[in-house]
Ligand binder design. Sequence first.
Ligand SMILES: Cc1ncc(COP(=O)(O)O)c(C=O)c1O
Length: 400
Amino acid sequence: MAVAKKAVTFSKEQALELLSCYGSPLYVYDKEVLLRSIENISAAVTYPNRSFHFAAVTNGNLAILKIFQSVGWGLHANTPGDVFLGLHAGFNPANIVYSGSNLTDAEIVKMLEWSVGTFNLDSIAQVEAFCEVLAKSRVKSPPKLGLRISLPNITRGSRIGVRIEEFAEAIKIADSVGLKVTGIHFYRGTGTNATEAFTRVIGELLDACSLLPDWEFLDFGGGFGYNYRTNRLTFDWSEFGHFLTTKLSKFNKPIQLLIEPGRAVVAGCGTLLVTVVSVKWRDGKQVVGVDSTVSNLSVISVHGGYREILSFSEDQELYQTDVCGNTTFSRDYLGRDMPLSRVKKGDILAIIDSGAYGFAMSSHFLHRVRPAEILLENGSSRLIREREDYNTLLQKQSLE
Ligand SMILES: Cc1ncc(COP(=O)(O)O)c(C=O)c1O
């Protein structure tokens, strides 16, 4: 199947206007693109008793979270910070599912106060801590309790999860505070594009779930791949949805299905616009310096990811190019050995598919401040996070 070439979802004129209005570099999110992606994924899983929970780890901007909330998705929280943001975006805490690792007792107290609806815990020690805190709390209706499952055959070497042989212990601990373990959470692995990697393991997973006497829900996690490169394997949501629906429908009790997509749903709606500040040629290669850095978008260089970089040029001639950040950090590359038209100072580049793990993973490393974020909706743009200035670097510091 031919895969369409990637393109920026807005025009050069729009990009110029946005940068002149909000400055550069700039994270731009396109609401229409996001809504389409939500719709496609939602429609692909027809299992009647299912809900989607957006993984806020990928993008914690309140305006983005609000979009998910307004279409009826719940939230997946990896941390209490994710919950905090989700509550501010208006999610009903009953629709917030926590599946994370290593909460302190104080954090469990907080999350119970926030009335988080579901806790998927990843070790016996966390089940113990949770039940102890719950027993001391004044919570009237306790949350649902699930276990993040570790299936060593499938998730080889993962530090996370409770093994089948530990189920009995978890059940006993929960029972001591009058709670039942009703859920299994499963995470296949990060950024997996091969649909078969998911469908192949569903049988073994469901067998394991059936060993839980009070099993009521399956949280199938995230980890679903996104096609950052054209002509590569694409995760097939319809095939996955069909397979899972067929398997779950065979149970003689209605199992609730939860799905927590992160990058798969949100990556495509985001673009980081940057401006070229210098160009030099080295042995036939174009070396482009831009006004952003790997600390604004770290996945590429620090984590070995790939994001396509497009110029708005119509020039068909392409040159081998490195796109470099505005520091001397040895890994400050936003793109390496990639084809790009000849560019010059002042040109704009679009680093596409940056909606997931983009701003969310940005940092103050190198002491470059973070870009602004804007949302395109109904033909206009709106600032959804202000650009930082140097004062941000002073915040919470003290010379005394
Ligand atoms: C439990 C869980 N669910 C969902 C996600 C989202 O993952 P992805 O963006 O790969 O879909 C994560 C990522 O950390 C996770 O840990």
